[in-house]
Design a protein around this ligand. Structure first.
Ligand SMILES: *Cc1c(COP(=O)(O)O)cnc(C)c1O
Length: 301
């Protein structure tokens, strides 16, 4: 198994110094999950953790999962399975492209078997019929829902808490896609306020998602103002924020998740969202491979 859950003794929490934070009397630090592993950094490996454990114990050793052509989840699953000797298959939504994305090339290099599904077929991936078909065609397997959205994925994400459970934070910030990581943090830490920064334009099923994952704590808040117009949408302001963040801290952010979250955190500090004395921890959820889809020269790192 990839040795990344044994790094808790390594301090990967970095305080972020800035005039703005000093002026507002707010402490902001970052948990650098992007540093835990050179390839499968970030939140994805945590969400995969219990699935990999299950696959290792099972006789079949086959994982099937889903994602888009730039999916950090597929990249992490391909690498982790390859590394662990588990057969892995990825269903990608969309028609077969003329050129494979760098993410899918990476998946192939890591021995993932890839199949494309049309949009209509992709909508059916959670249906009983589709799952029955999979078993018929590919045999026994362990199914990981898209983005790891499941109780198992959430419990894996909860392991992230081990990296900061001794510290007195007033707020924990994380980006929200499927909300699996967000739910994992809420479940693992009922005392601290968890702030989720949505990267989707219309995240209107959050309550439903948290209910599905059996979250009963109300100690969270979802922030919708910094999705930048929708999933993987970007503008000049965001890109220039990410570049100046790198110039200041030498910390690379991705433009889909952590860039938007940090842009939001700065803006909220400016607007006095955090009261004096707040101690805010932002989780860098990795995903830097996604930046490879940007034209060369967009980012200064
Ligand atoms: C997938 C991803 C997220 C979103 O995590 P969810 O558990 O789906 O909400 C956040 N950050 C990065 C870098 C990701 O790749």
């Amino acid at each position: 198994m990839i040795q990344l859950l044994n790094t808790s003794e390594k301090n990967i929490i970095e305080p972020l110094q800035s005039k703005l934070f000093t002026e507002k009397k707010v402490s902001v630090s970052m948990l650098r999950l992007d540093l835990i592993h050179p390839v499968v950094s970030g939140n994805k490996i945590f969400k995969l953790y219990y699935f990999l454990e299950e696959a290792k114990k099972s006789l079949h050793k086959q994982i099937i999962t889903f994602g888009g052509p730039y999916s950090n989840h597929l990249a992490a699953a391909a690498f982790a399975c390859n590394h662990t000797g588990i057969k892995c298959m990825g269903f990608v939504h969309g028609e077969i492209p003329k050129a494979l994305s760098h993410t899918l090339q990476f998946c192939l290099q890591n021995n993932m078997q890839i199949e494309f599904l049309t949009r209509d077929d992709y909508k059916k991936i959670n249906s009983k019929e589709f799952i029955q078909q999979l078993t018929k065609k590919y045999g026994a397997h362990i199914l990981i829902p898209e983005g790891g959205f499941s109780v198992k994925g959430m419990n894996g994400a909860g392991l992230i808490y081990n990296y900061f459970n001794q510290k007195n934070y007033t707020h924990i910030c994380c980006p929200v896609g499927t909300a699996t990581t967000f739910a994992g943090l809420i479940k693992a830490n009922k005392e601290t306020m968890i702030l989720g920064f949505s990267v989707l334009k219309n995240l209107n099923d959050l309550e439903e998602r948290l209910l599905f994952l059996n979250i009963d704590s109300k100690k969270y808040s979802i922030i919708n103002d910094y999705n930048g117009g929708g999933y993987a949408k970007k503008n000049k302001e965001l890109i220039s924020f990410i570049n100046s963040f790198y110039d200041t801290y030498t910390i690379p952010l991705d433009f889909v998740y952590t860039g938007k979250m940090m842009y939001g955190v700065y803006d909220l500090v400016k607007k006095n969202y955090f009261s004096e004395g707040s101690n805010v921890l932002c989780i860098h959820t990795g995903g830097l491979q996604g930046n490879n889809s940007l034209p060369k020269g967009t980012l200064n790192f």
